[in-house]
Design a binder for this molecule. Structure first.
Ligand SMILES: [Fe+2]
Ligand SMILES: [Fe+2]
Length: 388
């Protein structure tokens, strides 16, 4: 009679914490085999971030490759409809009638065992194995184990240090372009990068940013932001600028516009940006700087082109990139704008970014001097460059 452990989970992706946990159990309980079983649609989990089963299966395969006694089974993925643990246990019991079955579960699962489908049959088929993930949880787990024993369950609760790694943390790290080298086996890391797994699609990202602006801006400003994004894509297409970047920068260029002044200041100083005296005195300029800082620190935007397009959309500056010009001009020519000259500016922006920038800066400088307002250095320098 061999000790056979089943380790189910989404493995989205599998990581060193899973492998470490299984290894601890092998040491403590003496399993001959540990079978990792990726789940198709876990009945209790939020499946939003779940990637296709064949990728998860392949990653588990790569992770256990070469580890004696560790193997992978696609049995739950192959099954039609919802997949229940009890079905899997029945199947393994049928195929390995002499073996003693164990089921490794996470601590969150352990506390909700009594809600599982056919839990009494599960108890009769396998011993439940669980480890205390965080300190202090062990006592509560032994209490639960006691309750389960009273209804015929067999449980092994280990009080061992478990590596604090979560699949969520890995997905976020990949999305942020951070290393996951310490978190997953090397072949899994290579596979994730090679297959572009856990990267957010552009459509999903746009949806996320639209939700952000809806939650942070007043209705009129939301509409303006959507219009600027639309106009930015239009101008980007004409002038051969990256349309996706234009759309994102357009959506977020005013994201902090309705924020309280102190909060804006918090984002600006928090990102290490020092404002000069003139900018400090003109609060209408702060939102651009704050929005750029917010986009970087809160919305996972690391692209310097996008960040600069947001940051300089009110002041402009010397040496603006095509994307910066597109956002600057989309902001003054978006569809809801209705100042007398707007149609001419729209045509000019379509014809030439440079000419439109020059016209726009001439207008702004005239307006600022008429209103006796100070002019920030960046705007002067932009004007001097474009007037040449
Ligand atoms: Fe703005
Ligand atoms: Fe704007």
């Amino acid at each position: 009679m061999a000790k056979l452990a089943l380790f189910g989970g989404t493995f989205n992706p599998i990581h060193n914490g899973h492998l470490n946990l299984a290894a601890q159990f092998v040491r403590e309980v003496g399993f001959e085999r540990v079978v990792f079983i990726p789940a198709k649609i876990p009945p209790h989990k939020d499946a939003l971030d779940l990637i296709a089963p064949q990728y998860r299966l392949q990653m588990v395969q790569l992770a256990v490759d070469g580890i004696p006694g560790f193997e992978v089974s696609g049995v739950e993925l192959a099954r039609e409809g919802l997949s229940y643990t009890v079905d899997t246990l029945r199947e393994f019991h049928r195929e390995n009638p002499q073996d003693e079955l164990f089921l490794i579960v996470g601590s969150d699962m352990f506390f909700t065992l009594d809600q599982w489908y056919c839990i009494d049959e599960i108890f009769s088929l396998a011993t439940i194995c669980c480890a205390a993930r965080e300190p202090g949880i062990f006592h509560r787990m032994t209490q639960f184990a006691q309750q389960y024993r009273q209804r015929g369950g067999r449980c092994i609760v280990l009080n061992v240090p478990v590596m604090e790694i979560s699949s969520t943390q890995i997905r976020q790290a990949v999305r942020h372009g951070q290393s996951i080298h310490e978190l997953v086996p090397a072949p899994v890391e290579e596979y994730i990068l090679k297959e572009d797994l856990y990267q957010e699609s552009h459509a999903r990202r746009v949806e996320r940013y639209q939700q952000v602006i809806r939650s942070m801006l007043r209705e009129k400003r939301v509409q303006h932001s959507l219009n600027v994004a639309e106009q930015a894509v239009h101008l980007a297409k004409i002038h051969g600028v990256n349309e996706k970047k234009a759309q994102i920068a357009g959506l977020l260029h005013d994201v902090c516009k309705n924020m309280k002044t102190l909060e804006m200041l918090k984002w600006i100083t928090g990102s290490g940006i020092a404002m000069d005296n003139i900018t400090l005195r003109q609060q209408q300029l702060w939102h651009a700087v704050a929005s750029s800082a917010y986009a970087q620190n809160e919305l996972d935007i690391y692209d310097p082109e996008i960040l600069n397009a947001i940051r300089y959309h009110t002041t402009a500056r010397r040496g603006m990139s095509p994307l910066e010009q597109v956002i600057y001009l989309a902001d003054v020519t978006s569809s809801e704008r209705d100042y007398p000259d707007v149609q001419r500016m729209r045509l000019l922006a379509e014809k030439s970014l440079k000419e439109a920038m020059r016209e726009s800066l001439k207008f702004i400088l005239g307006d600022l001097t008429r209103r006796n307002l100070q002019i920030v250095q960046d705007t002067w320098e932009a004007y001097n460059e474009y007037i040449l």
